[in-house]
Design a protein around this ligand. Structure first.
Ligand code: SF4
Length: 334
């Protein structure tokens, strides 16, 4: 059985090094522009940093996947095609794409560069996945966070494309690649500009003894004194509905599959992805290290695998919000 890959996020070069040093088999990063869906100020890589990152990873036996998973709009799309060329020139181990024209361009121009279909493409059934394989030679698909383990097992039987799934990190309510919620307050969305809540649209304001968070001027949440304020996104705002103020759409919380790690691995996935290119170097180091240890423990004795308390505590300390969840992996509606 081929060992499942631990795939870690890198929002900058120090995080990339932390991921590799803590046991990641592969890392993923994007460039400092709108071509990737984590286009936050101060984040991502220049071309020189990317080259240094690829070198650092390859010298230590780790692979590098370059992310280009937003959608060019109108005629202003040159930067997306140039970035595909840069990824090929860097000798990345794979490129992660969602847009059909970029898939076509990369497949024809750089046939040597393996293509992973981004979660932003929302391909969650075997017909869709096999279509991308047939037409663009995609070797892997990053599955949207909407499938049960049972459904992943069924997919595995119907495609030869490698399956990559999220194992840990922040959750959105959206079907990936389809969320335009933020456009109503900020004018941008992750699909087109790589970010739903850009820092320029965010305000933290003290009002009396309360703290308010705003996005594009719109009140997203109000916090009592001493309460930890979350970064404002519409989906995780506290709104007034049914005569209460609460998280109407989604409670902030993190996906954590450790309790089902054995089942997820046995469903036939090739890669366990950690979400969080926007998170700190220490987040990357901690989560990568825990996942590395957990995966190694599983392969040492699959039947005896149990998540250790110290792993859960370490991951809980890095979670977004106060809760963690198995997401849709645990649902048994099939
Ligand atoms: S608004 Fe919420 S659901 Fe939509 S992309 Fe942003 S974080 Fe995700």
């Amino acid at each position: 059985m081929k060992k499942v890959e631990v795939l870690a996020p890198a929002g900058n070069l120090p995080s990339l090094k932390a991921a590799v040093d803590n046991g990641a088999d592969a890392v993923y990063f994007g460039f400092r522009n709108a071509t990737n869906a984590r286009n936050f100020e101060g984040l991502n890589f220049s071309e020189a940093e990317a080259a240094a990152g690829v070198r650092y990873a390859h010298e230590r036996g780790a692979r590098v996947n370059v992310v280009l998973n937003t959608y060019p709009q109108g005629d202003d799309s040159e930067i997306w095609y140039q970035t595909v060329d840069v990824a090929a020139h860097l000798q990345a181990d794979a490129i992660i794409l969602a847009n059909i024209s970029l898939l076509d361009y990369c497949h024809k121009r750089h046939p040597q560069l393996p293509i992973h279909l981004s979660v932003q493409a929302s391909a969650s059934n075997s017909e869709a996945i096999n279509f991308y394989q047939r037409h663009f030679g995609c070797t892997r698909v990053v599955l949207p966070r909407v499938l049960t383990v049972q459904e992943i097992r069924q997919l595995r039987a119907k495609t030869t494309v490698e399956l990559e799934v999220f194992a840990f990190g922040g959750l959105c309510v959206m079907a990936e690649g389809r969320c335009f919620l933020s456009s109503y307050t900020t004018g941008v969305s992750p699909n087109t500009e790589g970010v739903c809540s850009p820092a320029r649209a965010v305000r933290f304001e003290n009002r009396g003894d309360k703290l308010q968070t705003r996005l594009g001027g719109i009140l997203i949440a109000e916090y009592e004194k001493g309460e930890e304020a979350a970064y404002p996104t519409i989906c995780k705002g506290r709104f007034a509905a049914h005569e209460q103020v609460y998280h109407v759409m989604e409670e902030p919380g993190s996906l954590n599959i450790l309790e089902m790690l054995d089942q997820v691995i046995e469903s036939g996935v090739s890669s366990l992805k950690i979400e969080g290119r926007q998170r700190t170097k220490s987040y990357v180091a901690t989560v990568t290290q825990v996942l590395r240890q957990a995966v190694d423990a599983y392969y040492a004795d699959p039947r005896a695998f149990r998540p250790k308390g110290k792993w859960m505590r370490a991951l809980n300390a890095t979670s977004e919000g106060t809760t963690h969840t198995l997401g849709t992996y645990q649902e048994n509606w099939q």
